[in-house]
Design a binder for this molecule. Sequence first.
Ligand SMILES: Nc1ncnc2c1ncn2[C@@H]1O[C@H](COP(=O)(O)OP(=O)(O)OP(=O)(O)O)[C@@H](O)[C@H]1O
Ligand SMILES: [Mg+2]
Length: 178
Amino acid sequence: MQHRSGATIWFTGLSGAGKSTIARAVESLVDCPAEVLDGDELRATISSELGFSAEDRDRHVLRVGYIAELLARNGIVALVPVIAPYARARDRVRRRHADRGSTYLEVHVATPLTVCARRDPKGLYGKASRGELRGLTGVDDPYEPPTAPDLRLDTTVMDVPTAADQVVRLLAEHGLLR
Ligand SMILES: Nc1ncnc2c1ncn2[C@@H]1O[C@H](COP(=O)(O)OP(=O)(O)OP(=O)(O)O)[C@@H](O)[C@H]1O
Ligand SMILES: [Mg+2]
């Protein structure tokens, strides 16, 4: 049987940082089996009953991490653009992968809040500033930046193709593109 090496590539960062955009760009560049597990889609499906309390955010991250690990263990590159604001939940996902011998790589899409708020692709920052939305990550809800990500991308100074290319290089460095 052909050897397939899967992995989870987790894109963490603020809303509007570019996680989904970059994950989709990576998906279109690689020719290995890859699947995007997008936070928005998963919140509308497997986590539709969850809100945005710290507990619910962690529950969501653990669920997505569980699915990503299954894919990774079965030879698929799981590209996961999910904010995952708390280090403890990201660490639990990382440990789950390590315990099962699956590769977990963390990409911090470290676009600063000011840039995310200026882009505001979903209008969330505007709503927060008008007092119509509470608990927005990085505004009035915590975001714990990863201290040692495998890759850090600040899309203020980097276009989408360049950012995606850096992720592809990371995959290649880890022997995931054979
Ligand atoms: N270099 C870049 N990399 C990524 N996105 C960029 C870049 N420059 C501009 N953008 C724009 O920034 C926006 C990023 O939105 P995107 O939905 O990818 O963010 P996200 O991190 O997935 O947010 P959320 O957590 O809300 O899903 C898009 O409108 C994208 O076109
Ligand atoms: Mg997104």
